[in-house]
Design a protein around this ligand. Structure first.
Ligand code: SF4
Ligand code: SF4
Length: 430
């Protein structure tokens, strides 16, 4: 982005400090330079010609990109634009370990096939328990990745290219399957397709869709993001859909940023609330807490839609987390690049979950699910089993009148909520 445009955006900041209490890194360290206001000041200095030192760059790197400051800012400062520009400055810097970690992340995560292949040896390590021992001795990023990896993840769940609406057709929607979502949480995509079909949508799931570019966009790799974004937009433009529905908060916020899309982009919860329910909900007796993914609440302004969907599930009691709007520390790949700050935020989130009394944490972002589950595992949940799930899985279980079996296809439960052979959606029977 042009320096003058950036300077103009930075000038919108009137230094009031209202954003400081909302900023997780300011909460952690109480340092002005690790607050939104401090980072905007630093960015202005660099635009005015100051050299960006390694210490300066670390303040940008320590930003989670959670956008809680944007929700808190009364002046409407577009911090997302500013931090994305700053990330472009720092994207290639850092120690050699950080550069290797970033290279590995971006060679793997946007490519589901490669990610799935990497999961195969990991499943063997998990079966033998070696993953936990290795996690303790490997360098921090690798150790964190082993601790975060979902048990039994990486199994393929092949969806048909079209899942027909049940009953009267009310919409034709495209479904973005996502990279991390499709590899680590295939059950979430299956649940999403079933919920949409049950609510009267033809669901189009193009096989040739790839990464939407969210991870790259939020990491300052603008050119890479633009290329991923362009091919995703082109795939869905050809699909002839009314809207593209996204079940991963980070992907949804990136997809909404692609102005060239000739179709609407909707988060799943947003779409379902707009569409209105027709399918019958069955009771799901559980005390559940909803965790706001930052890229849903702060980047897309969606907080009430998932809650209203969940409150409509009979016998589901929804409790609020004390810090529902504060980042859990996942933040894309932040937990791999800044493991110690991420672990502290994860531990605070786990404390809030345990204090809420919930036995189920619901979230709409795969990274948040992995982070919260790993944090609960390392903190312990006071003798009570606390499971994790995606909003789609909860709705799907309620619509089908079945128990919620898995941990969102995640850390403890694999993808066992789903019997592929018996599933009409997988078998293309709608
Ligand atoms: S994006 Fe999050 S971590 Fe970064 S400055 Fe804003 S509130 Fe703080
Ligand atoms: S970013 Fe907004 S809330 Fe924060 S100091 Fe600037 S104007 Fe105030």
């Amino acid at each position: 982005m042009d320096d003058d445009v950036l300077r103009g955006l930075a000038k919108d900041c009137v230094h009031c400090g209202f954003c400081l209490p909302a900023c997780p890194t300011y909460q952690l360290w109480g340092e002005e330079m690790d607050s939104p206001r401090g980072r905007i000041h630093l960015l202005t200095q660099v635009l005015d010609g100051a050299t960006l030192t390694e210490a300066g760059a670390s303040h940008f790197d320590r930003c989670l990109g959670c956008m809680a400051c944007m929700t808190a800012c009364p002046s409407g400062v577009q911090y997302d634009q500013l931090i994305e520009a700053a990330r472009e400055w720092t994207a290639t810097g850092g120690s050699w370990q950080e550069r290797v970690t970033r290279a590995l992340i971006f060679a793997l995560f946007p490519y589901p096939r490669r990610l799935r292949m990497a999961m195969a040896p990991l499943r063997v390590l998990q079966r033998t328990g070696l993953d936990r021992r290795l996690a303790d001795i490997l360098p921090s990023a690798a150790g964190t990745a082993l601790r975060m990896a979902p048990r039994g993840g990486g199994r393929r769940a092949r969806l048909p290219e079209r899942v027909p609406a049940r009953g009267r057709r009310r919409a034709v929607v495209g479904m973005l399957t996502g990279c991390v979502q499709s590899v680590f949480f295939p059950g979430v995509n299956l649940a999403t397709a079933r919920v949409l079909a049950a609510e009267g949508c033809d669901v189009i799931i193009p096989r040739d869709q790839g990464c939407c570019g969210a991870l790259s966009l939020h990491s300052g790799r603008r050119a890479e993001a633009a290329s991923f974004g362009a091919s995703t937009v082109s795939v869905f433009s050809r699909a002839g859909v009314d809207a593209v529905v996204v079940n991963s908060a980070g992907c949804g916020s990136a997809m909404k940023a692609y102005s060239s899309a000739g179709f609407g982009v909707r988060d799943l919860s947003e779409f379902l609330v707009e569409l209105g329910p027709v399918a019958e909900r069955h009771p799901l007796p559980v005390v559940a807490a909803y965790h706001d993914a930052c890229h849903l609440l702060h980047a897309q302004g969606i907080g009430s839609a998932p809650r209203s969907l969940l409150r409509a599930v009979p016998e589901l009691s929804l409790v609020e987390l004390a810090d529902a709007g504060t980042c859990c520390g996942s933040a894309g790949v932040y937990n791999l690049l800044q493991p110690s700050a991420a672990a502290e935020l994860g531990s605070r989130k786990a404390d809030a979950v345990v204090a809420s009394g919930a036995s189920l944490v619901i979230s709409a972002n795969p990274g948040c699910t992995l982070q919260i589950a790993a944090s609960l595992r390392s903190r312990g949940s006071g003798g009570r089993k606390v499971r994790t799930a995606h909003t789609a899985e909860v709705l799907d279980a309620s619509l089908r009148g079945v128990r919620l079996l898995s941990d969102g296809g995640g850390p403890d439960g694999g993808t066992s909520a789903h019997e592929t052979d018996a599933c009409d959606t997988c078998a293309g029977r709608g």
